[in-house]
Design a protein around this ligand. Sequence first.
Ligand SMILES: Cc1cc2nc3c(=O)[nH]c(=O)nc-3n(C[C@H](O)[C@H](O)[C@H](O)COP(=O)(O)OP(=O)(O)OC[C@H]3O[C@@H](n4cnc5c(N)ncnc54)[C@H](O)[C@@H]3O)c2cc1C
Length: 386
Amino acid sequence: MFSKIQIERTVYSSDEHKLICDSVDKFIQKEATPHYAEWEAAKAVPHAFWEKVGEQGFLCMDVPEAYGGAGMDFSFSTMIQERFRYAGVDFGIGVHSDIVAPYIVKYGSEFQKQRFLPKMVSGEWVGCIGMTEPDAGSDLKALKTTAKDMGDYYLVNGSKTFITNGYVSDFVICACRTNKGTPDEGITLLLIESSFEGYTKGKPFEKIGSRAQDTCELFFEDVKVPKSHLLGGERKGFHIMMEELARERLGIAIEAVASATSALDTTIQYVSERKAFKKRIADFQNTQFKLADLAADLQVHQSFVDACITLHASGKLTPIQASIAKLKATEMCGKMTDECVQLHGGYGYMWEYGIARNYAASRVTRIYGGANEIMKMIIARGLLKE
Ligand SMILES: Cc1cc2nc3c(=O)[nH]c(=O)nc-3n(C[C@H](O)[C@H](O)[C@H](O)COP(=O)(O)OP(=O)(O)OC[C@H]3O[C@@H](n4cnc5c(N)ncnc54)[C@H](O)[C@@H]3O)c2cc1C
């Protein structure tokens, strides 16, 4: 196992971390793993499961106590996300706890915090965020969904696509154009509840991986959104999204490192048991060199990502550092899962094997949260800035 040679992870070394880690693992084993294949077939994790996760106190752990959370630091939330990912239980907990809730904690009005956060902590409400549109992905400024000011409400028209948790969600943070000012200044965030008339959802997409993590389209047709649901101020949306994307990208790097660790551990176990030419696969020098190389890569990336977790906890993580973490950790994860499939032979290509699911699930980490090419643009801009 990788843990035998791994540097102790100081980000999760407190007794409290160890205790919570142990109870999350037991919860996953009992409440998630046995049902996961069913959820994959349904293309979504049932809402009731979110409520179970909430009952355990595993959602939105860093939400302040005044709004129902545990007020713990960011590392508890990331540790929980990692444990689910390590176990191959892939659902949108990171989007809910580590992206959507922080937007409301940081930019929400008192009314919004009281309305949304306690329900997010308990799992009664699941959150999602809608930035991407059919013609606006990497180029977010091209988004077309409009929010027309009608006095005491906005009238929203448009659509979003590829939205994680969209299908099970109870509300969305929706990026809309308020048609004022320059293109980036015109973007405004609105909290749109699923019960609002004119708001509908598509069916979960058929994806090549992460099949139980629902991803769908959202449609808005003359949806009346009260002004009380404006998040962070009119035309502040683009700036807020850029601020928050650093945390989102760190989350994806964390996810990639957890997937890579899981792939390596699964493979060490597999090659130690499987035989060919009257030897264990682990006895071939090729296997040993591959595993050594992969473990060394993993350690290096894990150390950088852990340093970023510490930086984020003290408010010092920069968008460039987060982009480096996302770019390199996801590339490493791609290489890791690919090599690990190879070491599993034909079994590695079978869906019932965790490594096949991991390989398919990990591919998207190089695409979402900003494609890796966009990460390179951000890093290069930082290098060449006067
Ligand atoms: C499973 C999944 C879940 C997602 N969840 C969410 C979500 O919850 N909320 C949300 O808002 N979005 C979500 N997304 C959308 C995701 O963030 C976008 O897919 C991503 O930003 C890329 O946008 P695009 O798909 O439109 O690709 P495009 O913008 O069309 O880009 C296609 C490719 O072109 C290349 N490219 C693009 N621009 C440049 C450039 N400037 N320089 C060089 N190369 C470039 C890259 O290789 C890129 O991958 C999700 C996507 C997936 C697949």
